[in-house]
Design a protein around this ligand. Structure first.
Ligand code: GLN
Length: 413
C-alpha cells in the first residue's frame, strides 16, 4: 500500500578493546587512540563492547559498586558524548548502570550526534558473572527504539530522506537461550526482533572464547594452566593483547587500510587455523563463534525447510506453546513461510578481547553482518556459508582494533 523502498547508506566503526578492571584511564586512552585512527572517515555509528571501559569480571556487589553510574554520568557517558559531538556520530557503549533502589544493571548507552542520550538499554538475559554482583534483569525485557538518521536514505529517484531506523540493542547473553536453559531453537532475542521489524541490531559483548574456565569446566586448574601456556606461547601477559591494534577499513570509495599486528596478512575468508578450543592466531576471527552467533539469528536466515513446516501445518502446535506471545517460529508465521523474505537487516557485533582472572578468555571477532532476505528456497546450512548472511568484515579474536565498513541496505517506508 504505497510503501517505498529506500536504500540506507551508513558507515559503521566497531571498536574492539581489552579493558581490565582498575585500569580505566589506560583503557580510555586506547579507546581514544582507536577512534583517532578512523575519525577522518567520519563514521555514522561507533560501537564499543559490553562494559567497554570498566572491565567485565566483577565477582561481588562491593567490587562493582564504585563503577556503577547513572546513564548520564561517569566515564562511559563522558567518552560517548565527546566522540558523538566530535565526529557528529551515534556512539554505543556498554557500562555498569546504577539504577534506583539499590538496583544495578548491565547496560548500554546510545548517544546521538549532538551528544544527547538517545536510548539506554539494560541487558535482559544475564550471564553467570552478572549474577555474581546481583545484576537485575531489564524489567522491560527486549526492546526496540527509533534511531533518527538525517539524510542517510535515498529513494529510487535519488531523493534523499531523513528516516527513523527501527533499532535494537542486545547485550551478549541476550543472544543465548535464557539462563542456558531454554530450548536452543526458541531463539528468543532474534524472534522478538524479527517480529518487531528491527532493521538495525547492535550487540555489545564480552563473549567467551571456548578456552575459558566456566561452570562446565571439568578441571579448572588445568584449564587455567592451559590459558597461561597459550598466553606465554603468544608472548603476552596473562590478560592478553593490548595496544597492538588491528585496523581494517574498507570503504565503497575504494579506501582500504588493513594493518595487522602479527603478520600483516589478513585472511580473505574468516577462518581459524587452530583447534576449536585453542587460543591462537589472534588476528583471525574465531570461526566457531561466528557460526554460533549466526545460528542464533536463525529467524533471519534462509532455510528451505521452512516450506515443509509451513505446508505440513506443523507450525500451529509449535506456536500454541507461546500462548499468543509470539506469532513466528524459527522465522515462519501462519501467513508466510519466511517473514523476513525480501527484507534486510544489519547486525553489528562488538565483542571485547583479552582475558580476565587468568580464567575468562574473550573471543573478539567483532564484525558487521547483513541479512539480505534472499535464497529462502535454497539454503540448508545455517552457518557463515549461508548466502542470506553477508559477512562484511571481522576483526581477529585477540587484538584490540577497529573495523570500518560502508553498509547499504533496504528498508520500506
Ligand atoms: N553466552 C555468552 C558467553 O557464553 C554470555 C557472556 C556474557 O553475557 N557476557 O560468552
Amino acid at each position: 500500500m504505497g510503501l517505498k523502498r529506500l536504500t540506507v547508506n551508513l558507515r559503521i566503526a566497531v571498536i574492539q578493546l581489552n579493558p581490565q578492571i582498575g585500569q580505566l584511564e589506560e583503557t580510555v586512552v586506547r579507546a581514544r587512540s582507536l577512534v583517532r585512527r578512523v575519525e577522518r572517515y567520519r563514521p555514522d555509528i561507533v560501537v564499543f563492547p559490553e562494559f567497554a571501559l570498566s572491565g567485565y569480571s566483577f565477582h561481588s556487589r562491593p567490587e562493582i559498586s564504585a563503577h556503577l553510574c547513572r546513564p548520564q554520568e561517569g566515564p562511559a557517558w563522558e567518552l560517548c558524548r565527546q566522540i558523538s559531538q566530535g565526529l557528529s556520530c551515534i556512539t554505543v557503549m556498554g557500562y555498569p548502570e546504577r539504577g534506583d533502589d539499590q538496583q544495578a544493571y548491565n547496560s548500554a548507552l546510545v548517544v546521538d550526534e549532538e551528544g544527547k542520550l538517545a536510548f539506554n538499554y539494560r541487558k535482559s538475559f544475564l550471564y553467570d558473572t552478572d549474577e555474581e554482583w546481583q545484576c537485575a534483569e531489564n524489567p522491560a525485557g527486549f526492546q526496540t527504539f527509533e534511531l533518527p538518521l538525517k539524510g542517510k536514505a535515498r529513494d529510487r529517484s535519488g531523493d534523499v530522506h531523513d528516516v527513523k531506523l527501527r533499532s535494537a540493542i542486545g547485550i551478549c547473553m541476550d543472544l543465548s537461550p535464557y539462563k542456558f536453559e531454554a530450548p536452543f531453537h526458541e531463539c528468543e532475542f532474534s524472534t522478538f526482533q524479527l517480529e518487531h521489524g528491527t532493521e538495525l541490531l547492535i550487540v555489545p559483548m564480552a563473549w567467551l572464547h571456548s578456552s575459558s574456565v566456566t561452570r562446565d569446566t571439568a578441571d579448572p586448574a588445568s584449564q587455567k594452566a592451559e590459558i597461561a601456556n597459550s598466553m606465554d606461547r603468544l608472548g603476552l601477559p596473562l590478560h592478553g593483547s593490548q595496544n597492538q591494534f588491528q585496523v581494517d577499513v574498507e570503504l565503497r570509495d575504494g579506501t582500504c587500510v588493513k594493518e595487522c599486528p602479527d603478520d600483516g596478512i589478513l585472511p580473505s575468508a574468516p577462518s581459524d587455523a587452530g583447534a576449536a578450543s585453542s587460543y591462537s592466531d589472534l588476528s583471525r576471527p574465531d570461526n566457531s563463534n561466528l557460526n554460533y552467533w549466526i545460528m542464533r539469528f536463525m529467524p533471519f536466515l534462509a532455510c528451505k525447510w521452512r516450506e515443509n513446516w509451513f505446508a505440513e501445518k506443523a507450525l500451529k502446535p509449535m506456536l500454541a506453546k507461546f500462548k499468543g506471545s509470539r506469532f513466528t517460529y524459527l522465522g515462519s508465521s501462519l501467513k508466510v513461510p519466511w517473514l523476513f523474505e525480501n527484507k534486510n537487516a544489519l547486525l553489528v557485533l562488538c565483542n571485547r578481547c583479552g582475558a580476565e582472572d587468568g580464567a575468562t578468555v574473550y573471543a573478539g571477532s567483532s564484525g558487521i553482518f547483513k541479512f539480505n532476505g534472499q535464497h529462502g528456497d535454497e539454503e540448508t546450512i545455517l552457518d557463515t556459508t549461508n548466502r542470506s548472511v553477508e559477512l562484511l568484515g571481522n576483526l581477529g579474536k585477540g587484538h584490540e582494533g577497529v573495523i570500518v565498513r560502508d553498509v547499504s541496505f533496504e528498508i520500506e517506508r
